[in-house]
Design a protein around this ligand. Structure first.
Ligand SMILES: C[S@@+](CC[C@H](N)C(=O)[O-])C[C@H]1O[C@@H](n2cnc3c(N)ncnc32)[C@H](O)[C@@H]1O
Length: 279
């Protein structure tokens, strides 16, 4: 997806993402902690958070960085960044700045960051290898980067099946290997290789089994419709009738996943990291 197209899709999804962010991100706390640990986010550090969304991980990084540190949240969507600012103010955090723009177009060379993080962003951006090279140049020697992405589709049925249903109704194929998508960086060994090719030493990728604890099917459907930009992008150019039929089938699937009290869906994510050599 070109930057402009991505901007339009994510701008439309931003209010929904911000509305549902808490529910989505509560389930990824362990992965977020691991990402912040692997990126060495601690007191006094300067941190760049790429594709920050509404910023729950930005705020977590800012709490660690403290008054002597700083976190810069980047996103392609201004509305997402407005939510970051609002959430930071509500949390009493004054060490967060925002940076609007597509990651591919940012000038990041020699920015002297201690840490770069990105949660559920890198897989959605074209040419992730180039993005990691860019991240490498943004870090000071000895700095660290860490990202969270989805692992293989088989371990993520809750996200895979709705995507398959939407693609089927839209008459489209899944993104070919090497192009952005939910599972673009899931292939075994790929993320390690991309970190290593970008110049990082000690690239490390661990997989984490987690559960997404979601509301009952009707609400989870609304969340997917309102917040998931990657889903919206698949059917945005379909007729209203096709969209309605596609979402009806997604609702049917969600109904098989849990009772009235909510959906508990197993998932697997990867936490990848690497360090920039001291010199
Ligand atoms: C799945 S959301 C993840 C948001 C957040 N990191 C989180 O984990 O809650 C993906 C985010 O990537 C942003 N995004 C997509 N393409 C981008 C690009 N090329 N450059 C910067 N941000 C981008 C979207 O606007 C969206 O906020």
């Amino acid at each position: 997806m070109e930057s402009n197209e991505a901007r339009v899709h994510w701008e439309k999804a931003a209010p929904g993402w911000a509305k549902w962010e808490d529910i989505f991100t509560q389930s990824v706390e362990e992965a977020t902690r691991a990402m912040l640990d692997m990126a060495g986010v601690e007191e006094g550090k300067r941190v760049l958070d790429l594709a920050s969304g509404a910023g729950s991980q930005t705020l977590a990084a800012a709490r660690r960085a403290g008054a002597n540190g700083q976190v810069i949240a980047n996103d392609i969507s201004q509305t997402m960044l407005d939510h970051v600012k609002k959430n930071a103010a509500a949390a009493g955090l004054s060490n967060i700045e925002t940076l609007l723009g597509s990651v591919q177009e940012l000038e990041l060379e020699n920015q002297g960051f201690d840490s770069v993080i990105s949660r559920f962003g890198l897989m959605l951006i074209p040419e992730p290898g180039k993005v990691l090279s860019k991240i490498f140049t943004a870090l000071k020697p000895g700095g660290k980067a860490s990202v969270v992405v989805f692992s293989v589709p088989q371990a993520n049925q809750f996200f895979l099946v709705p995507m398959q249903i939407l693609l089927k109704h839209a008459g489209k194929s899944p993104p070919p290997p090497g192009t952005p998508g939910l599972f673009a960086l899931a292939a075994p060994g790929l993320l390690e290789k991309l970190f290593s090719d970008a110049g990082f030493e000690n690239p490390e990728v661990s997989s984490l089994d987690i559960f997404f604890r979601m509301p009952p099917a009707d609400q989870t459907l609304v969340m997917m419709q309102e917040a998931f930009g990657a889903y919206r992008a698949v059917i945005s150019d379909c007729t209203d009738e096709t969209q309605a039929a596609a979402w009806a089938e997604v609702r049917e699937y969600l109904g098989t996943l849990g009772s009235g009290s909510g959906i508990e869906a197993p998932s697997q994510v990867l936490v990848g990291s690497g360090s920039k050599p001291e010199r």
